[in-house]
Design a protein around this ligand. Structure first.
Ligand code: COA
Length: 284
């Protein structure tokens, strides 16, 4: 956790801020003194989260209804954000849509739905806010939440993987282009973090959870608090020179799955003794 009041006087805009990781992000930024503005489709859920967090932290949390797929709604949400709280200092593109599916079962609308939320939604929010910030001559820290398979690709979540990869390239491109306006753009690529929204769509029976844990060398899933603390750091003045970075945040999953000899983890000490003897014998 950063020092108290690290975000005092700052405005933080979070899409998908009502539930899951978005709710965790709102809690941490609000606890650190920020005025948070959260946006998503379900205004009742947003309002309940806003009130709960606000009464816990003593800092105002505003709720704005917005489907990021709709450019008109995004434009209105950004106007409202500026009207009620001012230009944001931090913008977090966290809203996402995903489900596991055989790719041969995806309709064009299924593809469009996911890529509209993840890639186009992030673009609409970022461009709309970016233009307003440029006009106001004000900088900001942007953060996008993607996934480790935005780099590797992944079976059964192809629209999400493709859209998240696009979000990463958008962030890197704007990190180069809009740095001159005082904006910076970074990305967190989380591995598995258990939230109801994600796990109900990615592990609906609950039977893959143990397998996921076995793929993590640290032996556990990530937590919402952990990713929220990293996000707070990246968007804070302590990280003011971090721009255009993609931070993998996965308990070592990516390297564990990709290292050619990592499966030797199961070799016992006795087996290692035997292997060592065999290797030394061939050398002599
Ligand atoms: N398998 C295959 N296709 C699916 C599907 C599944 N499990 N779930 C939805 N679809 C298809 C639908 O059939 C529809 O296509 P069609 O019109 O050709 O039939 C298309 O995807 C859109 O689905 P719909 O339910 O109308 O969209 P929605 O806007 O109501 O919901 C989702 C969007 C599907 C992404 C929904 O899961 C959602 O709201 N998610 C938000 C939160 C989230 O996904 N969090 C996880 C992040 S990791």
């Amino acid at each position: 956790m950063l020092p108290p009041n690290s975000f005092k006087g700052k405005v933080v805009f979070i899409t998908g801020g009502g539930t899951g990781i978005g709710r965790g992000l709102t809690t941490v930024f609000s606890s650190l003194g920020a005025t948070c503005v959260i946006a998503s489709r379900k205004i009742d859920v947003l309002k309940a989260t806003a009130e709960e967090i606000s009464s816990q932290t003593g800092n105002k949390v505003h709720a704005i209804q917005c489907d990021v797929r709709d450019p008109g709604m995004v434009k209105n949400a950004v106007s409202e954000l500026i009207k009620i709280a001012g230009h944001p200092d931090v913008v977090i593109n966290n809203a996402a849509g995903n489900f596991i599916s055989l790719s041969e079962r995806l309709s064009s609308n299924a593809w469009k739905t996911i890529t509209d939320i993840v890639l186009n939604g992030t673009a609409y929010v970022t461009l709309e806010i970016g233009k307003e910030l440029i006009k106001a001559e004000k900088g900001a820290a942007f953060l996008a939440i993607t996934t480790i398979y935005a780099k590797s690709g992944s079976a059964f979540v192809v629209p999400s993987a493709s859209a998240k990869a696009g979000v990463e390239i958008m962030s890197l491109s704007l990190a180069a282009e809009w740095s001159r306006y005082g904006m910076r753009f970074n990305v967190i690529q989380p591995g598995p973090i258990k939230t109801k929204g994600a796990f109900s769509r990615l592990d609906p029976t609950g039977e893959f959870e143990q397998e996921m844990i076995e793929r993590l060398p640290c032996g556990r899933l990530g937590t919402v608090e952990e990713i929220s603390n990293l996000a707070a750091f990246l968007c804070s003045d302590y990280a003011s020179w971090i721009n255009g970075s993609i931070i993998r945040f996965d308990g070592g999953e990516y390297v564990f799955l990709s290292g050619e000899f990592n499966s030797l983890m199961k070799v016992t000490t006795q087996q290692w003794d035997m292997l060592e003897q065999l290797i030394r014998k061939t050398e002599s």
